[in-house]
Design a protein around this ligand. Structure first.
Ligand code: 5RP
Length: 237
């Protein structure tokens, strides 16, 4: 049983939550892609849903599978968003943005009545912060914003380095929204609410990857006796 098998198992459980006529937020990343692939099979078999993708990558995948899509402007209220996460704690607080889609992911999740996370159980943590926290920033004044983010992190009780995310060719990564990503390598985040609020106050910060009070449930898949075993945090009802 491999990582892709676990991602597919979590995605398959999430598919049970989908009902005909739903307006669905479609997440980004390999686990969300597993969900979109399974959703595409159901659509091919006649399921009628409307999807709102959280990235151009997800849009391309969903379009290729024949999933009917809308923008969030056309459908500003969604029933359910299914998305992956980089870390999830037992209070359903998340770090997201490893795939650089955190801004659209947060907007779509917050426009949804429910957000359900799907992930390999290895993403479950006692304390957030081992995964570098992605912070989406405006390109204007990048160096000044970078310094301000470093100062803010220390003031919020954290320590560690902040690095501009680059593409394989060494140029700064550009998000779907035309922004850059600063990754804060913190090791641990003692108080995510304090850090999240402090980062929002930095001019130039567009959004951060702490999803606090947004997820309603997490479907986590682990290997048990050679099979995928599902654990649910929160309620799927
Ligand atoms: C993209 C995300 C992803 O959901 C997160 O990085 C998890 O990805 P994966 O399912 O590939 O592990 O936040 O911005």
């Amino acid at each position: 049983m491999s990582g892709p098998d676990l991602r597919r198992a979590a995605a398959a459980r999430a598919l049970d939550l989908v009902a005909p006529g739903m307006r669905l937020g479609l997440g980004t990343g390999s686990t969300a892609a597993a969900f979109v692939a399974l959703l595409g099979e159901r659509v091919r078999d006649g399921l009628d849903i409307l999807g709102v993708p959280t990235s151009e990558a997800t849009r391309a995948q969903a379009e290729g599978l024949g999933i009917r899509l809308a923008t969030l402007d056309e459908q500003p209220e969604l029933d359910l968003t299914i998305d992956g996460a980089d870390e999830v704690d037992d209070r359903l607080r998340l770090i997201k943005g490893g795939g650089a889609a955190l801004l659209r992911e947060k907007i779509v999740a917050c426009a949804s009545h429910r957000m359900v996370v799907i992930a390999d159980a290895a993403k479950r943590v006692d304390r957030l912060g081992a995964f570098p926290l992605p912070i989406e920033v405006n390109p204007f004044g990048l160096a000044a914003t970078h310094r301000a983010v470093e100062r803010t992190i220390v003031e919020a009780g954290c320590s560690g380095s902040v690095r501009l995310r680059v593409r394989p060719d060494g140029t700064p990564l550009v998000t779907d929204g035309g922004h850059h990503i600063l990754d804060a390598h913190l090791g641990a985040i003692p108080d995510p609410e304090v850090l999240g609020a402090a980062l929002w106050a930095v001019p130039g910060v567009v959004e951060h990857g702490l999803f606090l009070g947004i997820a309603d449930a997490a479907i986590l898949a682990a290997v048990q006796d050679g099979q995928a075993a599902i654990t649910v945090l929160g309620s799927l009802a």
